[in-house]
Design a protein around this ligand. Structure first.
Ligand SMILES: [Zn+2]
Length: 216
């Protein structure tokens, strides 16, 4: 099975548990859970309902706020943000609304209206979603196509730790619905292939990309 991000060859990450279920792309460095280990949609949905998602909880609010702090310098005031993979509670929406932005959630399980595909978006958030994507190449291509010229895409997904030991003990990996892991570089290359240019990267988990062209 090839890399689900760039289609190049993958090799087993390790031969022993707990990492024997993963493959690493020899070309782009993406690490993916082997296809036969991907969760079923039913298991995925059940797990999402357990995610921490109360926007009134101060720690969670601050964490969402940090994402918006990174995103805001690239946003036009009041613009409507598409939240791709919004989850069971559109928590990012309440923070965005407090800051004066419009908000449109989309989620294959919880807000499945596909109308967003018929619009060109100036701003798209992919917040803690990329690590869940079973087909990241297809999803990123769809998102890039949904961006208006000059539109911005903000992602938050925790970058891979250094070394196999770091990976083995990494709690982020242990969520059963986290099926693919990026580095800053591997994410950047995937976006560049789609014509998106990096504007910002915190080196840890948040990156902002812009589609070429000027805003209308
Ligand atoms: Zn790859």
């Amino acid at each position: 099975m090839p890399c689900r991000l760039c289609s190049e060859a993958v090799a087993p990450l390790a031969s022993e548990p707990p990492l024997d279920g993963y493959e690493r792309c020899e070309s782009c460095g993406y690490v993916q859970l082997r296809r036969e280990l991907l969760p079923t949609p039913e298991a995925e949905r059940a797990r999402y309902l357990l995610h921490r998602n109360d926007p009134a909880e101060p720690g969670y609010r601050a964490w969402l706020g940090a994402f918006m702090d990174a995103f805001e310098p690239y946003l036009r005031a009041g613009v409507e943000i598409l939240d791709f993979g919004s989850g069971p509670v559109p928590a990012l929406g309440s923070v965005a609304a407090e800051r004066g932005y419009g908000y449109a959630p989309y989620d294959p399980f919880f807000a499945p209206d596909g109308d967003w595909r018929s619009r060109a978006w100036e701003a798209i958030a992919v917040h803690e979603v990329a690590e869940h994507l079973a087909e990241p190449a297809a999803a990123f291509a769809e998102l890039a196509a949904a961006l208006a010229p000059g539109g911005v895409l903000a992602l938050r997904t925790r970058y891979q730790p250094e070394g196999l030991e770091g990976f083995a003990s990494w709690r982020y990996r242990q969520d059963s619905t986290h099926v693919g892991f990026f580095s800053s570089d591997c994410l950047g290359r995937a976006m560049n292939r789609l014509g998106l240019i990096r504007l910002y990267d915190d080196g840890r988990e948040i990156a902002i990309y812009r589609r070429e062209g000027s805003r209308a």
